[in-house]
Design a protein around this ligand. Sequence first.
Ligand SMILES: *[C@@H]1O[C@H](CO)[C@@H](O)[C@H](O)[C@H]1NC(C)=O
Ligand SMILES: *[C@@H]1O[C@H](CO)[C@@H](O)[C@H](O)[C@H]1NC(C)=O
Length: 328
Amino acid sequence: MVCHFRKKFHKRIKSFLVICCFVSPTYFIYSHRLVKEEPLCLKNTCSCETCISDRGISHWFDRRFNSSIQPQLTSNNENIPREVLLWWLTLQSRHPRVNIIHSKLFEAMPKSDPSQSASPCRCRSCAVVGNSGNLKGSNYGELIDSQDFVIRMNGAVTTGYEADVGKKTTHHFMYPESAKDLESNVHLVLVPFKPQDLLWFMNVLSNRKNILMYRRVKSYIKADRDKISIFHPTFFKYVHDEWTEHHGRYPSTGMLALIFGLHICDQLSVFGYGVDKDGNWHHYWENNRLAGAFHITGVHNATCETRIISHLAEIGKIQLYRGRHGAS
Ligand SMILES: *[C@@H]1O[C@H](CO)[C@@H](O)[C@H](O)[C@H]1NC(C)=O
Ligand SMILES: *[C@@H]1O[C@H](CO)[C@@H](O)[C@H](O)[C@H]1NC(C)=O
């Protein structure tokens, strides 16, 4: 791909650098926006200084990362290969019914993947925000809110914790049991762990109101009907095969959201993963300090997932913010 420099961009870069170096962070954010509006197409894969999908930086990463795997189900790509379906159906059931998914599900799906528009002229920054207690007192709120996309998951709350976790959310990952009400501008990404989750979703899609229903879990969930999507089972299995490499029965929602971020973003900052400063696994909005509560579930392998995340940070594919994490 051939990209052109233009003189005004040179000027803009110069003033951008001056502003970056000498003026306050507020100006930094402002000038950054200006550059984004008329992007510099410097690179093949994106217009940031470095792009997640750049190859040749890490062999380990290049062997795993496959940009052709779509993270979200759309009506264009609803074909789920049989081996994916069989694997996915046994996640939470020993006697799966294979023919449970039918075309109705896809009638209301978006036509193309709304998050997939990688371009050499795009520099999309994202934050994926886990729910770890290490966010307490971290003061990351402003930094998180300054990213283009902010991905949260499960029971994440922001009200009352804005200084540490920010208040912006663009994508919220959940499964029916972890579902909660969302603001109208937030993309709900359903992570289906079992066929019932899809049935729940089919009910949701056939409902004309902005109300999602799942009787046994939560009666009603508020979400924007136009902004709901399903995490692709093929992508789910890709994370299990290529990233966690079959450690644990299947990857955690946190791991799925992080790899999703690698695929839809050009730069990714990661917050709220791992233990807090006392070595506890708990949510930042809770006081329960059941050490190891998440660690020993046996379903996910937290050791393995933590190593992958650390390695992604070491090779510069993500920026990892460990919060108030102790020396351990
Ligand atoms: C990436 O995934 C596609 C679709 O599954 C597959 O055909 C292709 O071989 C994969 N590429 C690599 C390098 O593994
Ligand atoms: C978790 O993964 C690590 C390697 O990352 C491995 O050493 C350990 O045995 C695994 N634990 C379980 C319970 O499978």
